[in-house]
Design a protein around this ligand. Structure first.
Ligand code: PXP
Length: 398
């Protein structure tokens, strides 16, 4: 299956993720069982679209999408040559961007819908023919977009494991075992792509000794979770982990309770990001799935956001869980569209992880409690492998 994607230079003012569009295009071909065909996607501006709209539809001004079926679909001579071309979908990115704003969607959600719409035209559906066809086409579009939410094929979501609670057990006795450093090595051997530890100001679990040893022994990636407190910032700057995740920290909480109020602390968090950047440490901000916080994170120069999945995991009804899931999906997409890298975590377990792992724009999941508690019964290696398997399957298929 081949998709030729051409983006005109005149569209460069829009931030377009061609990898994402190609991935979605391939999934749409697969979902429509036409993966042995080639498809051409052309992204143009309003001016060029106005010309095409006048030439082919005798209508003034631009339109959002035009589909041109391939002659090989109708010409038996060309079909006989083995050419399986579906045709061309031409989209005006200027119009798509205006529509995205109007419908409160991200540009890539709108472009995805337009590709879906154009593809259905190429496959013979036409909403202009009758009411019945318009309804059928609308329903098919909805169905495909929903399936796409769970579709992902090229980049697998990574599993980063938080080993804080190995240290929690150690601290309960105040001795040297179990050691989070040993736990991190087992997690890596079992397939983890990164290790996360939260060095809290109260040192209730992870200790300074742990972070120093982990910095020397972690083979994958060390993500230091921390509050933006001077003492911890200085430790991070000296330690130079692969990245830090800034979280809100309250003395009396059992675990991190909510996301950061980035928009209310732009100056303080911005200054911490600045310091980290100078030391070459990328910063992730742990935030609720909230557009205001995403925009603020982007504005102050964060590299990543980690979207808080706690409310989704704690939901007590299917309806509430669906609602929370949609908020996460929308937030992840918005952050991705703004050029942020997107992680997610908190409360994820062996039931709730698959759906989040299937989201296209999420790069990495940070999971701790569920894996460490399962490890008590199954062993850490097995607990990590089971979670890894869930994420791998979800990333591939949804
Ligand atoms: N992400 C962040 C920012 C966290 O604070 C935590 C908890 O330490 C996690 C992820 C992992 O959450 P859980 O232990 O519930 O998997």
């Amino acid at each position: 299956m081949t998709i030729e994607l051409t983006v005109r230079k005149t569209c460069k003012r829009h931030r377009i993720n061609t990898d994402l569009l190609l991935r979605r295009g391939r999934w749409l071909l697969r979902l429509n069982k036409v993966q042995d065909h080639t498809l051409s996607l052309l992204l143009i501006d309003d001016q060029e679209m106005s010309g095409l709209n006048a030439q082919w539809r005798h209508k003034p001004g631009p339109t959002n999408v035009l589909s041109f079926p391939s002659e090989s679909a109708t010409d038996p001579g060309l079909a006989g040559l083995g050419l399986k071309e579906l045709g061309d979908i031409v989209i005006s990115v200027d119009t798509a961007a205006r529509e995205a704003e109007q419908y409160h969607e991200t540009l890539h959600q709108r472009l995805t819908w337009l590709i879906t719409h154009g593809l259905l035209h190429l496959l013979g559906m036409d909403h202009e023919r009758s009411e019945g066809e318009a309804q059928a086409m609308y329903l098919r579009e909805q169905q495909l977009i929903q399936q796409l939410q769970h579709a992902k094929d090229s980049t697998m979501t990574q599993l980063a494991i938080n080993v804080d609670h190995v240290a929690t057990i150690r601290q309960a006795r105040g001795i040297t075992e179990p050691d989070p450093v040993t736990a991190a090595a087992i997690c890596e051997l079992a397939g983890a792509a990164g290790i996360v530890v939260h060095l809290r100001e109260d040192r209730r679990h992870i200790q300074d000794r742990d972070v120093h040893l982990l910095r020397q022994t972690i083979k994958t990636k060390m993500n230091l979770e921390m509050g933006a407190a001077r003492e911890i910032i200085d430790i991070a700057l000296a330690l130079k982990p692969d990245m830090v995740t800034l979280v809100p920290e309250k003395r009396l909480e059992l675990t991190t309770e909510g996301g950061l109020n980035v928009s209310g602390q732009k100056k303080k968090l911005g200054a911490t990001i600045e310091e980290m950047s100078r030391a070459g440490i990328p910063v992730s901000l742990f935030i609720d799935p909230d557009s205001k916080q995403i925009k603020a994170a982007r504005a102050i120069g964060a590299t990543f956001v980690e979207i808080h999945t706690g409310r989704y995991c704690d939901a007590t009804s299917e309806q509430e869980r669906d609602l929370e899931f949609r908020l996460i999906a929308q937030a992840a997409e918005e952050a991705y569209d703004l050029g942020l890298r997107v992680n997610a975590g908190h409360g994820l377990d062996y039931q709730t992880t698959a759906r989040i792992a299937a989201l296209d724009s999420i790069e990495e999941l940070s999971i701790g409690h569920a894996i460490i508690t399962r490890a008590v019964f199954t062993g850490l290696d097995q607990a990590v492998r089971e979670m890894h398997q869930i994420i791998r399957e979800a990333s591939r298929l949804g």
